[in-house]
Design a binder for this molecule. Structure first.
Ligand code: GLN
Length: 547
């Protein structure tokens, strides 16, 4: 049976609960324990799959094809534990499960209520995989006191009560605001949010206090006294230059010790921090800088491409170079021209949906091809590179994607990228129609690509002839144009195992130009950078003559 750590937040949102949870997971691993992290989100969407990246940031996809919150990306990047479908749940999913059961008559005519039916559904979810790990870390989205979050808090209260004593703890994050006029840190909001927790039957065992200023011992003692927490369980959390400094910072602030203490695990196993020492060494001792342009359309909100930004940092760490990533709005590129990309050492065109901004992405691919600048096209970025090749090399001036202009039932383009209606997943065939529901119906999750021997992509994967990365797309490059495009110089260097779906394209006569249908950024970690990002940054570094 796993021990449970519930992570909640109070006072304000965006306190870095996800990061604190991920860092704690990494610290428990450093002490030799196994962990799994889970996110419980109070919103009513069934999953974040249909939410705009502007609203909610990136959708993080798991190996088993769940579309989840970007916090699961943090969890994976810090612990290396691959998340599953069953590690992310929303109120929407819970209610939808309950209502499905009701329709099937599973409640035998009972009146369906939040307590016990919704809370039972939540508790059942918490225990999935309970016997696999030492610690289950469950983060509750939102802030204590939110109406939507109440069923989750109530379920946790029941859960803690039903488990043997000492099996569950609660870690609560708060903010200590600083009043410049009086030069003081204020503890009252923290006291209030702990009171709010207590009023629903929960009490924190560990308090993590975010603060922009050092927390004096006196204030720490005061928080401990008023919030009914031991003084050494009040953990200060200051702003950090890099998120990857969090495990070491939380360790020196005593977080893992406090957590193990709260469980009564004594003596605590000694931690091995070498992984994070190495990560920090690489971050702090980088030489030189490469400039990368990310040409996309969700550039106003950095969280929309969170994993790409992180994977670039990891690629920099692998090459001991700093990566300066600029977000270039593809629509601006359409208007002002590709010269906006002058001076960059590498260009990324990331994933995206819809026609808006895509001409700018095609222009970016052309610029990279003609100027011999390293190019990494991810999903939509690969599709745009293929369209560019078709138009400008293979004599198909009206090449485009069926994703654009398809409302009329046909597109004005020759669809070198088409709507995928049937594909093989494991042992069965998936079928889709144009008008299907939008939620959860894409080609999602990990798929294998078979790589051509001697290709650049195979070289990047150390000579491997297969790679596996996560997918999230509805459209696909049409293999029927393969010969025509290969004659024009584009190589299809990776295909699905049945040979039907193009997975990787590259130009053999270009220093570094690769497009992948998958999202390699999702599996990148600071201690294990995604090979494509490490290779891309290496090529940029060569272009910048930093080697
Ligand atoms: N919009 C494209 C598709 O659905 C690409 C998706 C993506 O980039 N993730 O195929």
């Amino acid at each position: 049976m796993a021990r449970y750590i519930f992570i909640t937040g109070g006072v304000v949102s965006s306190l870095g609960k996800g990061l604190a949870s991920a860092a704690l997971g990494a610290l428990l691993q450093a002490r030799g324990f196994t962990v799994r992290l889970r996110k419980l989100d109070p919103y009513l969407n069934v999953d974040p799959g249909t939410m705009s990246p502007f609203e909610h940031g990136e959708v993080f996809v798991t190996d088993d094809g769940a579309e989840t919150d970007l916090d699961l990306g943090h969890y994976e990047r810090f612990t290396g534990v691959h998340a599953r479908k069953t590690d992310s749940i929303s109120s929407g999913r819970i209610y939808s499960n309950v209502l499905e059961k009701e329709r099937r008559g599973e409640y035998l005519g009972k009146t369906i209520q939040v307590i016990p039916h919704v809370t039972n559904e939540i508790k059942d979810f918490l225990t999935i995989g309970d016997d696999e790990v030492d610690f289950m870390l469950c983060e509750i989205g939102g802030t204590v006191g939110d109406i939507e979050g109440l069923p989750f808090f109530e379920a946790i209260r029941q859960f803690i009560h039903e488990r043997p004593r000492g099996q569950c703890i609660l870690m609560h994050l708060t903010l200590l605001p600083y009043l410049a006029a009086s030069g003081e840190l204020k503890t009252k909001p923290t006291q209030h949010s702990v009171k709010e927790l207590q009023s629903i039957g929960l009490a924190p065992d560990v308090l993590v206090c975010r603060s922009e200023h050092p927390i004096p011992e006196k204030e720490r003692a005061k928080i401990a006294l008023f919030c009914n927490v031991r003084p050494d369980h009040v953990i200060p959390a200051y702003d950090l230059k890099s998120i990857y400094a969090a495990p070491l910072a939380y360790h020196s602030a005593g977080l893992d010790q406090a957590v193990l203490d709260a469980f009564g695990i004594s003596p605590a196993p000694r931690p091995d921090m070498s992984r994070w020492d190495d990560v920090m060494d690489r971050l702090q001792n980088a030489e030189g800088e490469v400039k990368i342009a990310i040409v996309g359309k969700y550039t106003q909100l950095e969280d929309a491409y969170k994993s790409i930004a992180e994977a670039l940092t990891h690629g920099g760490m692998a090459n001991r170079v700093r990566v300066k990533a600029d977000w270039v709005d593809s629509e601006k590129l359409e208007g002002e021209g590709a010269h906006l990309l002058d001076g960059y050492h590498g260009i990324i065109v990331p994933g995206g949906f819809g026609e808006r901004g895509t001409e700018g992405m095609v222009a970016a691919a052309r610029y990279a091809r003609e100027k011999q600048v390293p190019y990494l096209g991810i999903c939509l970025g690969m599709q745009m590179a293929v369209i560019e090749a078709a138009r400008n090399l293979a004599d198909m001036p009206d090449a485009g994607s069926e994703e654009f202009d398809h409302e009329a039932g046909k597109t004005r383009f020759t669809p070198v990228v088409y709507h995928l209606k049937e594909w093989v997943q494991g042992n069965y065939t998936v079928n889709r129609k144009l008008g299907d529901d939008k939620g959860g119906t894409m080609r999602l999750g990990a798929y294998t690509a078979v790589l051509e021997p001697g290709s650049k992509i195979s070289e990047i994967y150390d000579g491997a002839l297969e790679m596996e990365d996560r997918h999230r797309h509805r459209y696909e490059v049409d293999a029927k144009y393969r010969d025509q495009l290969e004659d024009a110089g584009l190589r299809f260097s990776g295909m699905s195992p049945d040979g039907k779906l193009p997975e990787v394209i590259e130009y053999p006569d270009h220093p570094w130009f690769i497009g992948v249908q998958s999202h390699p950024e999702l599996k990148s970690k600071p201690f294990a950078p995604a090979p494509l990002f490490a290779g891309f940054v290496e090529a940029a570094k060569e272009g910048a003559r930093l080697v």
